[in-house]
Ligand binder design. Structure first.
Ligand code: PEP
Ligand code: MN
Length: 329
């Protein structure tokens, strides 16, 4: 249940009235000028919606499930450090899978910025299936990524893999990425939320849409200024592609929930020959942006080489989208 307060309500008094009834209550903060909500876990017994509506200061009680009030009110366009994602041009987030060296990421940044790429991507902390695979260069890679993006006039998006990484990643990134494997890591979502930074929330590879939206709610409820959802493919029975890119979910998020959703065809397909057609399909489905891995020499990439679009092929891919790209104001 969601209990919404009147503009002039005494929030502490309403909270007392709710907790006196033995209810489990979470407060959801809103930006200045907007009244607070209290969310009551559905499992809490002992009070009916109509009885709770009679508490002094309560404007309405909603029993809609699942409850993601902050996600629903966010809207389709968000601002990330002066860059707009949603509601117009297609925001491009491109770069290598992993930040491999300072020189490497600098060269990539210099080549992609003139194409209208708004965000430079690249992992400093890498979630790898094998513990023996390259794990990322860590803290130094964050500095390289930031310098490269600043020099080329781009924003930075990079993943925070664990709670311990969050402060350092938030210091260097404009947009903090939550990886697919971590979408259900609620402690990490809370820690990222507390930084206030906008977040790019990748869909868990076996997550339902409700779970994904609720993960977004975790970020916003804990302080993230904005959440951008990123569809990156889900597990399927068919191994012809690395994952199954769920463009139905993209259309649903974009057109029904009216949220900014970015599509990552690189992890979705896992093979470079499918990236361009899937990118066009994603834009047609309503994507506000695209995350695409690119590399100067994919066969030498330290991670995800098979899905990297050669840097020299990226201009044709971007032109082939037939969409306005950008977002820097
Ligand atoms: C990535 O974008 O670098 C990444 C690891 O993606 P995912 O979390 O979607 O697997
Ligand atoms: Mn990758």
């Amino acid at each position: 249940m969601i209990v919404s307060l009147k503009e002039n309500a005494d929030a502490a008094a309403v909270l007392r009235a709710l907790t006196q009834r033995g209810l489990w209550v979470a407060r959801v903060e809103h930006s200045a000028g907007k009244p607070a909500h209290y969310v009551i876990a559905p499992c809490s017994a002992g009070a009916s919606p109509s009885e709770l509506s009679s508490i002094e200061g309560v404007s309405s009680v909603s029993t809609d499930k699942p409850s993601f009030p902050l996600v629903e009110r966010q809207g389709p366009a968000v601002d990330v450090a002066g860059a707009k994602v949603g509601g117009g041009a297609v925001a491009l987030m491109c770069g290598p899978c992993s930040v491999e060296s300072e020189d490497h990421v600098m060269r990539v940044a210099d080549k992609i910025a003139p194409l209208g790429v708004t965000f430079l991507r690249g992992g400093a902390f890498k979630p790898r299936t094998s513990p023996y695979a390259f794990q990322g260069h860590g803290a130094p890679a964050l500095k390289w990524l930031r310098r490269a993006a600043d020099r080329a006039g781009m924003k930075v998006v990079t993943e925070a893999l664990s709670e311990a990484d969050v402060p350092l990643v938030a210091e260097h990134a404009d947009l903090v990425q939550v990886g697919s494997r971590n979408m259900h890591n609620y402690a990490l979502l809370k820690a990222i939320g507390r930084t206030g930074r906008p977040a790019l929330l990748k869909r868990g590879m076996a997550a339902t849409l409700d779970e994904w939206l609720l993960a977004g709610e975790y970020l916003l409820a804990n302080g993230s200024r904005a959440v951008i959802f990123c569809e990156r493919g889900i597990r399927s029975f068919d191994e012809s592609t690395r994952n199954l890119l769920d463009l139905g979910a993209v259309a649903l998020l974009a057109h029904v929930h009216k949220l900014p959703v970015v599509v990552d065809p690189s992890h979705g397909a896992g093979r470079r020959d499918l990236i361009a057609p899937l990118a066009r399909a994603a834009v047609a489905a309503g994507a506000a942006g695209l995350m695409i891995e690119t590399h100067e020499e994919p066969s030498r990439a330290l991670s995800d080489g098979p899905q990297a679009v050669p840097l020299d092929d990226l201009p044709a891919l971007v032109r082939g989208l037939g969409a306005r790209v950008g977002g820097l104001s």
